[in-house]
Design a protein around this ligand. Structure first.
Ligand code: DOR
Ligand code: ZN
Length: 454
């Protein structure tokens, strides 16, 4: 009888919510044993003494710009950035050029992505054409993505993807419910935004500064209330992305009424100092200190289900444009190389418990995506997607060492505690072409849509 082909020996592993030293045995790319330290076997041995053996992050919100903008990112460079940062599963968003709107677009992306991909991946489909939803469901889409932004913002989100009125949103939610597809929602109110945009026109970011941050809470909260009402009415599952802390009380009330809602946060890593220093680079991810505190609190309690990078690579020039006229600036920044290391740093500085962090960064996203049979935890039967971290190590973020094609990071020069020593995808180092397309297990996904919580 042949034994395991790999042994990751003596590391610290989170097993069923508890940290313990263990040996991890890997057979054919899957975890075949998690046993007492010193008792495991394996043809090949990796010494993990003193290291954390974490599951790879499952990041359900990335913009890989493929097809359409290879100067910013491709499936190859974006998934290389993921692999570098310990993110072994990503879910790509449909606002590409052209956008992913049809079953044919979906099929093309599946075929184009796999040979380039360094990590496993799922795909979100655009929500603008409900007639396509049954095909998306059959093809293995994670779900559909709704951008509630108006046509003025189409430049950034792809105007074909905007669902700017409530009637269409109602149709989208009903169709998604019928097909068992979760609906990721980018909250916005185009009518309110039109008024703001008129007053912001021609003004640079530094002039407007916190006005934007404060004002934009209104439309996010208004949209959250509206979407939750429509979700309640239709019975669709909505997944509210980059949630505003101000909308969390509405989510709590909706959950109490049985609305199928999950929420995602980006990680609020930028401070007032960063905002003063980096302005245009970070303004769209900057939150006031009270809101940042609230988001970390909600991550710790589990009110926030998942954390995602919202990896949004743009060229430097596109970002700088916002300094002159905020309406022409691009929003978002590249984060796949850094999101997991930054979260690990926050664990090591006491912001967030390790077990909790792994729940929102790996376990719950895997459940939401219907891939928890394979991903999201270091446990027998799961894929051996392992990230070995030296908790006593440290490093400094440098764009030059990042794999994203964006070529810059707002976190340049930031020292981080904890150092990723090794990343394994199904037991071996990630490499272009090793990543595979993942289709959700709909039953498992549906269980989580009903708000079954760990
Ligand atoms: O900040 C953002 N950037 N939000 C989005 O929804 C789109 C994204 C992008 O594609 O750059
Ligand atoms: Zn996004």
């Amino acid at each position: 009888m042949t034994g395991p082909d790999l042994l990751v020996a003596g590391g610290e592993v989170v097993v069923e919510g508890r940290r313990q030293r263990a040996d991890v045995e890997v057979t054919g790319g899957r975890i075949s044993g998690v046993v007492a330290a010193g008792t495991g076997r394996g043809a090949e041995r990796v010494d993990a003494a003193g290291l954390w053996v974490l599951p790879g992050m499952v990041d359900l919100h990335v913009h890989l710009r493929d097809p359409g903008a290879p100067h910013k990112e491709t499936f190859a460079t974006g998934t290389a950035a993921a692999a570098h940062g310990g993110v072994t599963t990503v879910a790509d968003m449909p606002n590409t050029v052209p956008p992913l709107l049809t079953a044919d677009d979906f099929a093309r992306k599946v075929v184009a992505a796999a040979p380039q991909a360094s990590v496993d991946h799922l795909l979100w489909a655009g929500a603008a054409r409900p007639a396509e939803f049954p095909a998306f469901a059959d093809q293995g889409a994670l779900g559909v993505k709704v951008f509630l932004a108006g046509p003025e913002q189409g430049r950034q989100y792809g105007s074909d993807l905007s669902i700017g009125d409530d009637g269409r949103l109602l149709e989208v939610l009903a169709a998604a419910r019928d097909c068992g597809l979760p609906v990721a929602v980018h909250l916005a109110n185009p009518a309110i935004e039109r008024v703001w945009r008129a007053s912001w026109r021609g003004r640079g970011l530094h002039e407007l500064r916190t006005q934007i941050i404060d004002e934009s809470r209104l439309d996010k909260v208004e949209a959250a209330g509206r979407v939750l009402l429509l979700a309640e009415h239709t019975g669709a599952h909505v997944h509210l992305v980059h949630i505003s802390a101000a909308a969390l009380p509405l989510v709590a009330r909706a959950r109490a009424r049985g609305v199928r809602v999950t929420v995602e946060s980006f990680a609020p890593f930028t401070s007032t100092d960063d905002f003063d220093r980096l302005g245009v680079m970070v303004y769209d991810r900057y939150r006031r200190p009270d809101e940042v505190a609230e988001l970390w609190r909600a991550m710790a309690t589990g009110e926030i289900d998942t954390i995602a990078s919202d990896h949004a690579p743009h060229t430097w020039d596109e970002k700088l444009a916002g300094d002159r006229d905020v309406l022409t600036g691009a929003s978002g920044y590249p984060e796949l190389d850094t999101i997991y290391p930054m979260l690990i740093d926050r664990v090591l500085d006491g912001h967030l418990d390790l077990v909790r962090m792994l729940e929102i960064a790996a376990l719950r996203p895997a459940r939401l995506a219907g891939i928890a049979g394979r991903k999201g935890a270091v446990a027998v039967g799961r894929d051996a997607d392992l990230v070995l971290v030296d908790p006593r190590g440290s490093w400094t973020v440098r764009a030059a060492e990042c794999a994203s094609r964006a070529g810059w990071t707002p976190f340049e020069g930031r020292p981080l505690r904890g150092r990723i020593e090794q990343v394994l995808l199904r037991g071996r180092p990630p490499a272009p072409g090793r990543g595979t397309f993942l289709a959700p297990d709909r039953q498992e996904q549906a269980g989580n849509q009903r708000g079954e919580r760990s």
